[in-house]
Design a protein around this ligand. Structure first.
Ligand code: NAP
Length: 244
């Protein structure tokens, strides 16, 4: 079966937080949603909530640190959808033990990079053949202002005190991935952009951010819905372009 009626979007880490809200908003925009989550019960619970809102959505197992789950997800989409239009690389973690470069626990730094950077790259590579079958593919990498090397180098920046080697470094690496992949995929009509959600109250930060989850999801949704004459290889927040 090939579903060609609606744009098909996969969001990783979509069982809660910003990813769940991105899934909801793309669903409300008429997309068929493949709700990626690493845990089946949490994923199916989120699917039920969105189905109750009238959204065309199903669960798909995606654990960024389990290559077999990525291969299986690609095979499932190939068999049941035929192609993929939008990939939102949203799943991400922040862990205790991360910290200043002189003292951060390297095992923790590696764990963060495994999900936030290598995981995002791995799922993108697994799904790229399906995205290349789209008439106008979109990849949105959910980055962070903390991934901006320019802002991290500014002592006057409001988050200058947040110097986390693993988290900030993984998002800076994701920004580089964005730029390189955008150039690689330009000829395929696939736009690749990095979104900075802004500091948003979610489980990731103990609900300490000033923004609501819909506010945190807004820029990612906008980039997922970019028209064919929209930009590629950019880094932006709702307020506008961010410095790399
Ligand atoms: P969240 O509520 O903690 O959600 C994170 C999601 O990622 C969860 O669904 C989680 O699944 C999933 N996840 C973690 N590891 C995974 C893995 N190995 N495979 C698949 N899924 C995995 O956090 P959030 O604030 O919504 O964060 C979403 C994205 O926004 C992250 O990339 C984060 O870095 C970025 N961001 C957030 C803020 C902010 O202020 N909140 C600011 C800038 C950027 P489980 O439920 O199974 O753990």
């Amino acid at each position: 079966m090939t579903n060609t009626d609606r744009r098909i979007s996969l969001i990783t880490g979509a069982n809660k937080g910003i990813g769940f809200e991105v899934a909801r908003q793309l669903g409300k925009a008429g997309h068929r949603i493949l709700l990626g989550a690493r845990d089946a019960s949490r994923g199916n619970e989120a699917v039920k909530t969105l189905q109750a809102e009238g959204i065309d959505v199903r669960y798909i197992a995606v654990d960024l640190t389990d290559p077999a789950s990525l291969t299986a997800a690609a095979a499932d989409i190939e068999a049941n959808e035929g192609h993929l239009d939008v990939l939102v690389n949203n799943a991400g973690i922040s862990l205790q033990g991360d910290g200043l470069p002189g003292v951060a626990d390297l095992a923790v730094v590696r764990q963060i990079f495994d999900t936030n950077f290598f995981g995002a790259v791995a799922v993108t590579q697994a799904l790229l053949p399906l995205l290349k079958k789209s008439a106008s593919g979109r990849i949105v990498n959910v980055s962070s202002g903390l991934g901006s090397i320019t802002l991290n180098n500014d002592p006057a920046w409001e988050y200058a005190a947040v110097k986390l080697l693993g988290y900030n470094g993984s998002k800076a690496a994701m920004n580089m991935f964005t730029v390189l992949l955008a150039a690689e995929l330009k000829e395929h009509g696939i736009k690749v952009n990095a979104a900075n959600p802004g500091y948003t109250a979610t489980d990731l930060n103990g609900h300490s951010g000033p923004q609501t989850i819909p506010e945190g999801a807004a820029e990612t949704v906008r980039l997922a819905l970019l028209p064919d004459d929209g930009p590629t290889g950019g880094f932006s927040a709702t307020e506008g372009t961010d410095p790399w």
